[in-house]
Design a protein around this ligand. Structure first.
Ligand SMILES: [Zn+2]
Length: 78
């Protein structure tokens, strides 16, 4: 709960985060442009995308392994 409250404060007042120098205020599109042009934000998004992709790949591997075990155990019973 405390983490959520802290994150909420930083979202409501982004200047408190002080992630790096530069303009963080302005319109939605200015913020979007800033996020897409700053290397640290890009690195964060790439890291998040890599983590999500790794999660999906792991899930796929585990499902294949589980399906293969199911086939093997069914073959043993015959
Ligand atoms: Zn920024």
């Amino acid at each position: 709960m405390h983490k959520f409250a802290g994150a909420s404060v930083l979202v409501a007042f982004p200047s408190l985060a002080l992630a790096h120098e530069g303009v963080h205020g302005g319109s939605f599109f200015a913020g979007l442009g800033h996020t897409l042009t700053e290397p640290d934000h890009l690195a964060m998004m790439l890291a998040l995308a890599a983590a999500v992709g790794a999660g999906f790949a792991l899930r796929k591997i585990l499902r294949k392994r589980k399906a293969r075990k199911g086939v093997l155990s069914a073959a043993r019973q015959e």
